[in-house]
Design a protein around this ligand. Sequence first.
Ligand SMILES: C[S@@+](CC[C@H](N)C(=O)[O-])C[C@H]1O[C@@H](n2cnc3c(N)ncnc32)[C@H](O)[C@@H]1O
Length: 246
Amino acid sequence: MNPPSVANGDSGEPEIGERIHFYGRRKGKPLKAGRKSLLETALPRLRIAFENISQSIDPACFFKKKPTSVRLEIGFGSGEHIAAQAAANPDVAFIGCEVFLNGVASLTRYVEERRITNLRIFDNDVRHLLPALKDNSLARVSLLFPDPWPKARHAKRRFVSPAMLDDLARVLVDGGELRIASDHPVYVEWTLLHAPRHPAFTWTAVGPEDWRIRPSDSVATRYEEKAIAAGRTPTFLNFVRKARGA
Ligand SMILES: C[S@@+](CC[C@H](N)C(=O)[O-])C[C@H]1O[C@@H](n2cnc3c(N)ncnc32)[C@H](O)[C@@H]1O
């Protein structure tokens, strides 16, 4: 099987060499003119593009200034969390992945308005990007309020899976963090069934406040706010990538 190939075609849209099925929404309400124009003018500068490279890209190479480390956010939604993280950590590089066009437009606006220079966007399915990244290349991966797919017959659509944990373990540095948040009991249970059991990950919680309270260095996402407004309780599950060979 050929490695995934993603490149900017003439249209400016990423082209996918290998088909991966995405079950969520790619578009929402029609974009206002300002957002559309940002997608045309600013996104091409921010967008990550690469071609036919398997497990060998150092994500630091996407940034002009050499970062101290690189963090990835999967499914950034409207982008408020990754934008705040990037603004607060100018020496760290951030890659945000999102398939939903309206979310990509929203993050592009944050980046432009706040003049953020340490953030790049992969406006596509992260499952095309992960296999292209080299081992030991990310210091943190955040997966915040992923689509829960709570019905048992949809369990295969959940982002967390043993195979995905293998991929994440490969790209994370020793001691790197995997942060997963969810407001859905089925997804929390599912994550706790798989991640602590994976040989590369340790769950860092020592007491209830560790999963009840959002890490102090981060802001609430839109989904977290919606969950709280609807009376649901978010759970924050933080894992550390064990040292290789330990
Ligand atoms: C429930 S929303 C949460 C958004 C945001 N993290 C928040 O907390 O507000 C999940 C997001 O993940 C995105 N997503 C799901 N699977 C993805 C994938 N494989 N690659 C990139 N984005 C993905 C969806 O498009 C959606 O915007």
